[in-house]
Design a protein around this ligand. Structure first.
Ligand SMILES: [Fe+2]
Length: 266
């Protein structure tokens, strides 16, 4: 069942379709605060969602275009401030330079002016701690409402079993971020692609355990003398379509490489 509201959080969700596949996008509105603005292809419906429920600020989990695609439009439309990690202020002032397949999938990302995210966001009736969780991107943060046990996780979680990642992701860093967040008390995870996860703490823990088990497997196979390419073929024998149409930007190979790289450093 698709939820429209949970724990006082208004939930926007739409599939974005391309080449016979569909990716879900979730945008959340809590106490006037929009968490990520969604991809530009959904501009009209995100705009209508914000008009309907009222919005007084936009905060972003990271700079990717499916999280920042409508911010320029919403800022102009509602005359509201936008906040991003300080390291992305400059980048987001300019129109996004986006690979073709992502442009086709999500749409463009017009530049916008933002303010740096504070450590704590105080709304009318909620407080969110801004916790750095790098790895998916270096500017990634999550928003934690300790009082209500709500975690807005951007792209930190997405799936309990990681099979493919982007070439730019640092997976040992993702694991550190998962460990960091598991030190906190929360129950519900509001994920940008998987939706509202009521047993979120448990699933975040499971994701970390799965990555640790995968890392162990990779180390064992490396010790047996297998190359990264051979390890990838053995652990992930099927290549998903996105690996082809993203020209390799999304691949299980990057997952293996990133975890294997970690061993070299220790
Ligand atoms: Fe992302």
């Amino acid at each position: 069942m698709t939820l429209n509201e949970y724990q006082g959080v208004r939930i926007f969700n739409r599939p974005v379709k391309m080449l016979g596949t569909a990716l879900m996008v979730y945008v959340y509105l809590v106490d006037g605060m929009l968490v990520d603005s969604g991809p530009h292809r959904l501009q009209q419906s995100v705009g209508a969602f914000c008009s309907r429920w009222g919005i007084d600020k936009i905060v972003h989990t990271h700079f990717h275009e499916d999280h920042t695609g409508n911010t320029a439009y919403l800022r102009h439309q509602f005359q509201i401030p936008a906040y991003v990690h300080p390291s992305s202020l400059e980048r987001l002032q300019h129109n996004g330079s986006i690979p073709f397949y992502r442009l086709a999938y999500w749409g463009k990302r017009p530049g916008f002016k933002a303010d740096p995210l504070p450590n704590l966001i105080e709304n009318h009736s909620s407080r969110f701690h801004v916790i750095p969780t790098p790895g998916h991107t270096s500017d990634h943060v999550v928003f934690l409402d300790k009082e209500h046990g709500r975690l807005f996780s951007g792209d930190l979680f997405v799936h309990p079993k990681t099979r493919i990642v982007m070439s730019t992701e640092n997976i040992p860093q993702v694991m550190e971020s998962l460990r960091r967040i598991l030190q906190e008390n929360f129950e519900t995870v509001y994920c940008a692609h998987a939706g509202v996860i009521k047993n979120g703490y448990h699933l975040v823990k499971q994701k970390l355990a799965n990555l640790e088990a995968l890392q162990d497997q990779i180390f064992t196979l490396q010790e047996k003398g297998l190359s990264r390419k051979a390890i990838n073929r053995k652990l992930f024998p099927e290549t998903p379509p996105i690996t082809y149409y993203s020209f390799g930007e999304w691949s299980s190979h990057h997952l293996v490489r990133s975890l294997a790289d970690n061993q070299k450093e220790t």
